[in-house]
Structures are given as structure tokens and as C-alpha cells.
Design a protein around this ligand. Structure first.
Ligand code: 1HE
Length: 264
């Protein structure tokens, strides 16, 4: 665990750094890691203050569930402008997750619902333990998504699947979630963290420019027309391949000092 500084002061998160991997854990288990305003602000703070040595982050939840979504106890007194600003605060925080400096791997177990699924959708890779389940109970609660879910979740699973989840309250289990594209890895209960950390270690060995391109260029290219996307791709490719890092990695392969691409 980090012992001093900005990250150590965050009481609703547990942050530890081991070499190139930071582990950020939602730490409000008594409330099922419900996302209160202070927790959203602490997530924002944590992601903008990652130590320079960190090359990837693992995000998980303490207790029985990843995250129960919006803290419903805070909603009762909010007026319209308060609601807009609240949603924009979530957007600012989750933007730091998706468009920050390093890739984020979410490790999911138990409830991944409402705003919890919105948070997971802002991450770059999702690992689901068998216990994980996904739901969007906003319809049931008289709400709409406000944490970026309407922009991010259809990009993972399509508008039809998200509409079904919101309209019918359908809950999707871990296996169905992986099939639908909500998560990329399905692992037995208790193995998610080790799996997520192993992925993060591997991701952190990539060239920083390649990781940056995947995080920042890929989703934007997907939003562009084919013609604009191909042009952006060429620019990004030229930037990446002309870094000293890329040059050295290419030389290493040609000198037979680098690993081959092997299956398994
Ligand atoms: C909460 C919250 C919460 C639990 N806000 N306090 N999200 C939801 O609609 C999900 C609501 N929560 C649940 O359905 C269940 O709590 C769970 C399935 C997640 C977990 O069940 P369980 O049996 O393990 O826990 P519990 O007994 O229901 O809850 C334990 C405590 O956490 C209890 O408080 P206590 O003081 O009585 O001990 C719960 O009230 C509290 N708790 N979830 C506040 N969400 C930007 S827009 C996003 C919109 C949304 O996210 S809508 C979806 C909201």
C-alpha cells in the first residue's frame, strides 16, 4: 500500500503500487462500494495522481461486490442543475480512467450494476469472475444512466442489448457478459485479481506510445468515418513507429533478441 502523499489520503479507496502496476480498490464494502460524490472525487484524484513509474492499473472492489452503482441515498434532494453537474462530475472522473495516461484493467465480481457498470465500461480490459453479474437498474429506479454509460456501453454491446437491459431490468451473468462483450476474460471466483495483475504486468511492458495509441486513437478512429479513420491511423502509426522505443524493439526482433508471437 502507498504510505504517504495524495494517494494514501484517499479513505474510500485502497491504493497500492507494486513496480509498474497500481492496484486501486473501491473500499466502501459496507455500502457495496456505492459511488458517493466523495468516492467519485477520490477516483478522479487517484487517476490524475498516478506515480510516473506506473504503467497499468488494476481496478477492483473490496467485499462481496465490485460496485452497486450510484449512491442512491444522495439523490433524494438534488435539483435539475444539480443533477446535470453531478453527471458531469462523473464524466470528468471516468474520462480520467478511459483517457488517462495508462491502461486500466477492471476485475469484476458480484454486482456490477448501474454506475458500477458505467465505471467498468470506462476501463480498457475487463476480467469477470464467475460470480460477476451485470445490470442496469436505472429504469427500475426512475433514472437514466449519467456516468457515461449511454456513450460507452453501446460501444461494447450495441444499443439493442443495452436497451433490453435498461427496459426489462434483465441481469446478465458472467458467462453471458463475456459473450456479449461486457468482459473479455472469464475466470473462477477468487482468481480475478491475479489474472488482472498478470495482464497489467504484461501491458506495462508495452511501449508507452503503443498503449497511448490504443487508449486514445483506437476509440476515436472507431467514431470517425473510414476515410478520416484511415488518415488518423496513418498519423498515429508513423508517430508510434518512429519512437526510439519502437526502433529498439524492431532491432531486437531482427537480432533474435525478442520473443516470437506464439499461441498458448
Ligand atoms: C446502497 C446501494 C446504493 C447498496 N446506494 N446504498 N444501484 C442499484 O439500484 C443497486 C442497489 N443495490 C442492490 O441492489 C444491492 O444492494 C446489491 C445487489 C448491490 C447488494 O446486495 P446485498 O444483499 O449484498 O447488500 P444490501 O443488504 O442490499 O446492501 C448493504 C448496504 O449497502 C445497505 O445499507 P445498510 O445501511 O442498510 O447496511 C444498502 O442500503 C447499501 N447499498 N447499494 C446506496 N446503490 C450516474 S447515474 C448511475 C445510476 C445508477 O447507478 S442506478 C443503480 C443504483
Amino acid at each position: 500500500p502507498v504510505s504517504s502523499g495524495t494517494l494514501a489520503a484517499l479513505d474510500l479507496l485502497q491504493v497500492s503500487v507494486d513496480g509498474a502496476v497500481a492496484h486501486i480498490r473501491l473500499n466502501r464494502p459496507a455500502k457495496r462500494n456505492a459511488l458517493s460524490d466523495p468516492l467519485i472525487q477520490q477516483l478522479h484524484t487517484a487517476f490524475v495522481n498516478l506515480p510516473q513509474a506506473v504503467g497499468a492499473v488494476v481496478l477492483s472492489g473490496e467485499g462481496e461486490h465490485f460496485c452497486a452503482g450510484l449512491d442512491l441515498s444522495e439523490l433524494v434532494e438534488r435539483d435539475v442543475i444539480g443533477g446535470v453537474l453531478h453527471s458531469r462530475m462523473w464524466h470528468a472522473a471516468f474520462d480520467q480512467v478511459q483517457f488517462g495516461r495508462v491502461p486500466v484493467i477492471a476485475v469484476l465480481h458480484g454486482a456490477v450494476v448501474g454506475g458500477g457498470l458505467e465505471l467498468a465500461a470506462a476501463c480498457h480490459v475487463r476480467v469477470a469472475e464467475a460470480s460477476a453479474y451485470f445490470g442496469l437498474p436505472e429504469g427500475q429506479r426512475g433514472l437514466f444512466v449519467g456516468g457515461g454509460g449511454s456513450a460507452r456501453i453501446p460501444r461494447l454491446i450495441g444499443v439493442a442489448r443495452m436497451s433490453d437491459m435498461m427496459l426489462t431490468g434483465r441481469v446478465i451473468d458472467a458467462e453471458q457478459g463475456v459473450q456479449a462483450g461486457l468482459a473479455q476474460y472469464l475466470v473462477p471466483d477468487g482468481e480475478g485479481l491475479a489474472h488482472g495483475i498478470a495482464l497489467a504486468r504484461r501491458i506495462a511492458t508495452n511501449a508507452p506510445m503503443s498503449n497511448f495509441a490504443v487508449m486514445h486513437a483506437l476509440p476515436r478512429i472507431a467514431d470517425q468515418s473510414q476515410s478520416e479513420g484511415l488518415f488518423t491511423e496513418s498519423l498515429m502509426a508513423a508517430v508510434a513507429e518512429s519512437t526510439p522505443d519502437a526502433q529498439e524493439r524492431l532491432r531486437a526482433f531482427l537480432d533474435k533478441r525478442a520473443g516470437k508471437v506464439l499461441k498458448g
